[in-house]
Design a protein around this ligand. Structure first.
Ligand code: G6P
Ligand code: MG
Length: 206
C-alpha cells in the first residue's frame, strides 16, 4: 500500500536531459572532442561532478580539481540559461494528472533528485506546490545509486521505506530506490531498468 510517492525529476517529470546534453556537448566542443547522445546516456541520474569526470574520461583528458570546478560551473551556467525558458508545456505527459490523483488519494509526494537546480525547475514548471517534501542535490552528500536521497525524502515524509514508491528513469536511480528498501517504478525501457519492480513508458500510463 503506497503512502508516499518519491519522484526523480530529470526524465520523470520533465525532459531536461536534452538541455544537460546540449550544455555538456558545448563544453566537450570547447575542449576539442565530440560528445554524442549515446555518451549522454551515461550521465543520466549522475551528479554534476561525476558527470564531468565521465565526460573527461570520454575525451581522454585530465584536469586539476580547480579546473574541473570551473568547467562544471561553466556547464551549469549554460544549462541554467537553457532551462530558464522552461514552462508548464514541458511537463512530461500525465505528470500533473498523476500528481493530482495521488494527492486526492491522500498519498504524500516528495521529490528525490540529484540536481541542484531542482527548486528552480519546479517553480518554472509551476508544480512546486504539489510536493510535500523536496530533497535535491543541495541536501544530500552521496549521489545515486546511494539510497541517501530517497531515505531522506521518506524520513521527511514521516514514512517507512516499505510504504514508499520511487519513480525513476535512470539505472543509478532505480538501484538507489531498491537499496533504500522501496518499491521502484522504472520510467523507460525494461532492458535498461531491469532492477525495477515495474517498468512503464511514462506517468500517463498510470
Ligand atoms: C540529475 C540529472 C543529471 C544531472 C544531475 C545534477 O540527476 O539526471 O543528468 O547531472 O541531476 O544536476 P545539476 O542540475 O545539479 O547539474
Ligand atoms: Mg532522472
Amino acid at each position: 500500500h503506497m503512502k508516499g510517492a518519491i519522484f526523480d525529476l530529470d526524465g520523470v517529470i520533465v525532459d531536461t536531459a536534452k538541455y544537460h546534453y546540449l550544455a555538456w556537448r558545448s563544453l566537450a566542443g570547447e575542449l576539442g572532442f565530440p560528445f554524442t547522445e549515446q555518451d549522454n546516456e551515461r550521465l543520466k541520474g549522475v551528479s554534476r561532478m561525476r558527470s564531468l569526470d565521465i565526460l573527461l574520461e570520454i575525451g581522454g583528458l585530465e584536469y586539476s580539481e580547480a579546473e574541473k570546478l570551473a568547467m562544471a560551473e561553466k556547464k551549469n551556467h549554460l544549462y541554467v540559461e537553457y532551462i530558464s525558458g522552461l514552462d508548464e508545456s514541458e511537463l512530461l505527459p500525465g505528470v500533473r494528472a498523476y500528481l493530482n490523483a495521488l494527492r486526492a488519494r491522500g498519498v504524500a509526494i516528495a521529490l528525490g533528485s540529484a540536481s541542484k537546480n531542482a527548486e528552480f525547475i519546479l517553480e518554472k514548471l509551476n508544480i512546486a506546490g504539489l510536493f510535500d517534501v523536496v530533497i535535491d542535490g543541495n541536501k544530500v552528500a552521496r549521489a545515486k545509486p546511494d539510497p541517501e536521497v530517497f531515505q531522506s525524502a521518506c524520513r521527511e515524509l514521516g514514512l517507512e521505506p516499505q510504504d514508499c514508491v520511487v519513480f525513476e528513469d535512470a539505472e543509478a536511480g532505480v538501484a538507489a530506490g531498491k537499496a533504500a528498501g522501496m518499491q521502484v517504478v522504472g520510467i523507460g525501457k525494461p532492458e535498461v531498468l531491469k532492477a525495477a519492480d515495474l517498468v512503464i513508458s511514462g506517468l500517463h500510463e498510470l
